[in-house]
Design a protein around this ligand. Structure first.
Ligand code: ADP
Ligand code: MG
Length: 235
């Protein structure tokens, strides 16, 4: 079966610093994969190459075709929360759709029903500065999700949050993933986060970033809506 995402022999250097050199990885359809590596390893560099940057060498394919030939293959959430302070939360959440040409009222009608699931009920007309850090990240993720792309990319989505909020967000994302089965690549330096959320983890060596180990997370995860009713303990 063709993997959804296939990265092969990727290389990138900045002013003589070889950040990536021969990076290979794959993500299957419906799989949640984490890329785990220390700060400075080159994770965000990979993210930038996935979202439009030019590699020095190597190929990135989505469903078998080079991503350079595809318009907007990924829904992505950058490391820094990118909400616009001057737009309301619903204005932020519908922004991607509006940029894609969906009329504003229609874009808002599409995102509004998702607010409850993202724990943002009643906050549609608030501004980012009025929300907690965790809520802002959920709003940023909501904006990403509504784009309905083949794959979700997350770069350290909870890195700026305090430990308690981060733990809550991780559990929330795990539950969301069980419900929606997004194909996802999570970039993180947090071992526990990678274990909690992933089917599979790639461990990266720093500069040049290469996969040094591949770990299949052995925890049985619910695989269908029917399974979800039972394992309370997993949530
Ligand atoms: P990570 O996301 O794993 O923390 P990065 O991909 O952000 O790592 O950075 C990897 C290395 O590349 C670091 O040493 C960083 O300083 C360097 N680097 C990243 N972006 C640039 C850039 N635009 N110009 C020069 N060096 C960069
Ligand atoms: Mg980074």
């Amino acid at each position: 079966m063709t993997p959804r995402l296939s990265v092969s022999d990727l290389a990138k250097a900045y002013d003589g610093l070889q950040v990536l050199d021969g990076l290979d990885l794959e993500v299957g359809k419906g799989e949640f994969v984490s890329l785990l590596g220390p700060s400075g390893a080159g994770k965000s560099t990979l993210f930038r190459l996935l979202t439009g940057g030019r590699p020095d060498r190597g190929t990135i394919r989505l469903d078998g075709a080079p991503i350079a030939e595809q318009t907007a293959p990924f829904a992505f959430m950058p490391q820094r929360d990118a909400l616009m302070d001057w737009r309301t939360i619903i204005g932020n959440a519908s922004l991607g759709l509006e940029i894609a040409g969906v009329p504003r009222h229609e874009a808002r009608a599409r995102v509004a029903p998702l607010f409850a699931e993202f724990g943002l009920s009643g906050f549609q007309h608030h501004y980012p500065a009025q929300l907690s850090g965790g809520m802002r990240q959920r709003a940023a993720l909501l904006r990403t999700i509504v784009m309905d792309r083949p794959m979700l990319l997350l770069d350290e989505p909870f890195g700026a949050l305090d430990a308690l909020t981060r733990a809550g967000m991780q559990r929330w994302l795990a539950a969301m993933w069980q419900r929606h089965r997004w194909t996802a690549l999570l970039i993180t330096h947090d071992v526990r986060e990678a274990i909690l959320l992933s089917d599979r983890i790639y461990l990266l060596s720093p500069r040049p970033a290469r996969v040094v180990a591949e770990i299949h997370v052995p925890l049985p995860r619910p695989r269908s809506q029917a399974d979800l009713a039972t394992p309370e303990a997993l949530r």
